[in-house]
Ligand binder design. Structure first.
Ligand code: GDP
Length: 740
């Protein structure tokens, strides 16, 4: 990575530069403290091959043994290690070096934990964001090399630099090492988790509620939450944690994901998180199947997740559950009462009727699926939601899919890492470990993960740092590659073709439109990470040929002063979704800086608001519009005019039959429906008076520049250029777009 970027020549150069910089702290002549500073400075100068994460800790690894200074060099190649562990200071000039060339020891000691610096690959370091390989515990080096499309030697070299042994190409690798290698090669990975375990136990189903807007998903979840175990034990769940457990008298339980809607489901799936076992499809009995009902059905189908239908609002007088069933059946859902296997339950979230039946149906579905999970071994878990608490740091709601998550373990979550400081159950009680299908809140991550990120337990802090650093770098690299591709694509589109004259009018107009494309910079703040992602994605659906939404920053929490500062620097507007009002001082400074803060709690309202702002900012497209139409009733000719006044002039005496005529417009003559002339209006008069405009029903005399070809009966059209702005359009299903 950085080592490769530096190149072979670059390394000695950097080392000596680092040494020169540090020479003012001469190791030999100064005290121990100065020596530390010198080496610290040297280490910092080696930035080129010390990843950023290792740098702040570099000083920590400068330890003293009597007068001797020991440095543990992170992320340096073994060769570099060798040069640093020798007392003769890598053969470089120092006050201790007598000769010009100092001899290196042949068998230097390596640091105990070999640092990770990937080797120089023969081909260019190019990220392959589109290539994904599957990796699994115990895969051989040969297998990994084949999947990555690299030679085994290259893979072995990387493994050695990671600090692992790679004696034979048949050596088995851990999933972490396989991932590190794959990331270095530039491919994405999908971890295959083993279902096999020593102790398999039945586990509760994890359920997601989906359906059309306003059909009662949130109300149903609220009603179910009130029957929840935690609610009973803790006197009600006061805060939204992303998931809750409903316990039955039989001892069985169901885990509900508390974020209704399709965006959260899709976001989880997009990260490969197959958390949901069953989808509850909510359909309002008074409204029937609607576009988002069908969308939910297709989401569940593509994820291969069974559906249990909850026909809601059955308390309403106009409720018609039978009609809903027929509609669902006609959409291909094989309902149980029609001979299929999809259970249908009639419920009411308001009167709380049918909730028990729904829970029983879900348990029956789970029983049919024979849901089991390995309870021992390392945990496989997914993030449901994450937020930052001022006192407790990052709080991550997770659902364990297999194994046991134990307090104190080191984990890597997406590109974040941490040591689990504390695990709490949904009642807020501290627990030592979490078992399958149990939603828990964990503390201790260094940064905020995303909904759907997998939680991987690793053996040490060092491995956790390494993996998260690798993932972050891979993410950055992919992002840069993508940006570069987008830039190249844009340049390509904007390029003026060599035969510009022969260019199609439409192509020219499209090119012009793109060159005028306006960017709308937006800062997004929301209550939890999952929402941040969903809001950012939803805002991007407003991109159009004329305006592009550019998310400058997206984060969790209320709108702060630094958001306002950032907005001011980028001329952005700040969007707050489901967050509390900003502090008075923040609002004041925003209004002083003329920064708009748009706070919303309903996604549609937010999109409508931003959509209208986009429409306003859009440059629009110039279009020709027929503003008026007139009939030629008679022709007058002005003859014998003086030279100074110009040639003879033909005047068309007309009556405006539609719209209005303006002097600044272009006029078009139509004869038998065919255009015979088009030109500028040279004169427009009403009863000998020059006028600027003539309205419908009035007579006028008009002269068209360079035209003497009028005939009685001709139709004259008044053409005006208008700037047509795009339109904010919303469909019945709640989907929105900007139509240009
Ligand atoms: P969501 O958009 O699907 O989450 O729908 P909500 O839960 O926000 O409900 C939309 C509206 O339907 C709210 O006004 C609810 O009070 C109402 N509603 C939800 N469930 C029921 C029900 O079972 N009966 C009746 N009568 N109204 C309901």
């Amino acid at each position: 990575m950085a080592w490769r970027a530096l190149g072979r020549k670059g390394v000695p150069a950097s080392v000596s530069k680092a040494w020169t910089v540090s020479s003012k702290y001469s190791v030999a002549s100064c005290g121990v403290q100065d020596s530390a500073k010198a080496l610290s400075a040297a280490v910092r100068h080696l930035h080129g091959f010390c990843p950023a994460a290792a740098l702040p800790t570099a000083d920590k690894y400068l330890t003293f043994s009597g007068d001797r200074l020991l440095i543990r060099c992170f992320h340096a190649t073994p060769e570099l290690q060798i040069s640093f562990t020798g007392d003769k200071s890598a053969g470089m000039k120092s006050k201790n070096t007598k000769g010009k060339f100092s001899k290196r020891k042949k068998e230097p000691k390596l640091a105990v934990e070999t640092p990770y610096v990937p080797p120089r690959l023969k081909r260019a370091a190019k990220s392959l964001p589109d290539k994904t390989i599957e990796i699994f515990e115990g895969m051989s080096i040969l297998e990994l090399a084949k999947r990555c499309g690299e030679s085994t030697t290259t893979i072995q070299n990387i493994i050695i630099n990671v600090g692992e042994k790679a004696d034979s190409e048949f050596d088995a690798l851990s999933t972490d090492i396989a991932e590190l290698v794959a990331m270095e090669v530039g491919v994405n990975v999908r971890r295959l988790h083993s279902d096999k375990g020593v102790r398999m136990v039945p586990r509760p189903p994890v359920v997601t509620v989906m359906g059309h807007v306003d059909h009662g998903k949130t109300s149903l979840l609220d009603a179910l939450r009130q029957t929840s175990l935690a609610a009973k034990e803790a006197g009600g769940i006061t805060q939204h944690l992303g998931a809750f457990v409903v316990g039955m008298q039989s001892g069985a339980s169901i885990t509900f994901l508390d974020t209704p809607g399709h965006a959260a489901f899709s976001a989880m799936r997009a990260r490969g998180a197959a958390v949901t076992d069953v989808v509850v499809l909510v359909v309002a009995a008074d409204d029937g199947v609607m576009p988002q009902t069908l969308e939910a059905m297709s989401h569940a189908k593509s994820a291969n997740v069974p559906i249990v239908v909850a026909i809601n609002k059955c308390d309403k007088t106009d409720a018609n559950p039978e009609r809903v069933k027929v509609q669902l059946a006609s959409e291909g859902l094989l309902l149980e009462e029609m001979g299929g296997d999809v259970q249908v339950v009639e419920v009411s979230a308001v009167s709380k009727s049918g909730l028990d039946t729904l829970e029983d149906a879900l348990l029956l579905q789970a029983e049919m699926m024979d849901l089991k999970a390995r309870i021992d071994g390392p945990a496989q878990a997914y993030v449901v939601e994450a937020r930052v608490d001022k006192g407790r740091g990052t709080l991550t709601t997770a659902i364990v899919k297999a194994g046991t998550l134990v307090c104190g373990q080191h984990v890597v979550v997406g590109s974040e890492w941490g040591r689990i400081r504390c695990i709490r159950d949904m009642a807020g009680e501290m627990i030592a470990q979490a078992t399958p299908a149990m939603p828990v809140e964990i503390e201790g991550l260094k940064g905020l993960p995303m909904a759907g990120d997998d939680i991987v337990v690793v053996e040490s802090e060092e491995r956790a740092r390494m993996l998260s650093e690798g993932r972050r770098k891979k993410k950055d690299k992919d992002r840069l590659v993508k940006l570069d591709e987008e830039r190249q694509k844009l340049e390509e589109e904007m390029k003026v073709p060599e035969d510009e004259e022969n260019e199609d009018e439409d192509d020219k107009a499209r090119r012009d439109e793109k060159s005028k494309r306006v960017e709308v910079p937006i800062i997004v703040k929301a209550d939890v990470q999952g929402t941040v992602q969903a809001v950012s994605d939803a805002l991007k659906t407003l991109n159009s040929a004329q305006v592009v939404v550019k998310i400058i920053y997206a984060g969790v929490g209320p709108v702060t002063q630094s958001d306002v500062d950032m907005a001011q620097a980028c001329d952005a507007c700040v969007v707050g979704f489901n967050v509390r009002d900003p502090l008075g001082a923040v609002s004041q400074s925003a209004s002083q800086a003329k920064i708009e803060i748009k706070l919303h709690r309903i996604i549609y309202h937010l999109l409508e608001d931003i959509g209208n702002m986009i429409v306003e900012k859009a440059p629009g497209t110039l279009e020709t519009k027929v503003a008026g139409e007139a009939h030629v009733l008679s022709i007058f000719e002005l003859k014998g005019r003086s030279k100074a006044k110009g040639d003879d002039v033909k005047i068309a005496g007309c009556r405006v039959i539609d719209g209005r005529f303006t002097k600044s417009a272009t006029l078009r003559i139509l004869r038998s429906g065919e255009v015979v002339f088009e030109g500028c209006c040279a004169s427009l008069k009403r009863e000998q008076q020059d006028v600027e405009a003539v309205g419908k029903g009035n007579e006028c005399g008009l002269v068209i520049q360079d035209c003497s070809n009028f005939q009685v009966g001709d139709v004259i059209q008044c053409l005006e250029k208008v700037n047509r702005k795009p339109k904010f359009v919303s469909s019945e299903s709640g989907a929105v777009r900007i139509e240009c």
